[in-house]
Ligand binder design. Structure first.
Ligand SMILES: [Zn+2]
Length: 101
């Protein structure tokens, strides 16, 4: 598999991965969709925290990213809101490919 340098295809790959995980958890847990959505959002927050922890003063990653929890959460909230309001038609195909929730 080629490294994904194009941010649009990286976004599509992330979309597919999260949709697959969402559908798997929805089926296995029988929890309501909004509960599973909240679990997905919490998992993303946990991923942020774990990655950010590798970039603080005690961080081990040399990439140079300096997390700012206050501004980073605003960026993530804005991205969440923007993608909820406008769903490009191409995105609808992801759910059909993965299986209906
Ligand atoms: Zn890094």
């Amino acid at each position: 598999m080629q490294p994904d340098t194009d941010s649009e295809s990286a976004g599509a790959e992330m979309h597919r991965s999260i949709m697959t995980a969402f559908c798997d958890v929805l089926r296995a847990s029988q929890l309501p969709p909004m509960t599973v959505m909240k679990l997905a959002a919490s998992a993303l927050g946990a991923v942020y925290k774990e990655v950010a922890d590798q970039h603080g003063t005690d961080g081990v990653c040399p990439c140079g990213w300096q997390p700012n929890r206050r501004t980073d959460i605003a960026v993530l909230q804005a991205a969440l809101a923007a993608s909820m309001e406008a769903v490009p038609s191409a995105d609808l195909r992801v759910m059909q490919a993965v299986g209906r929730a």
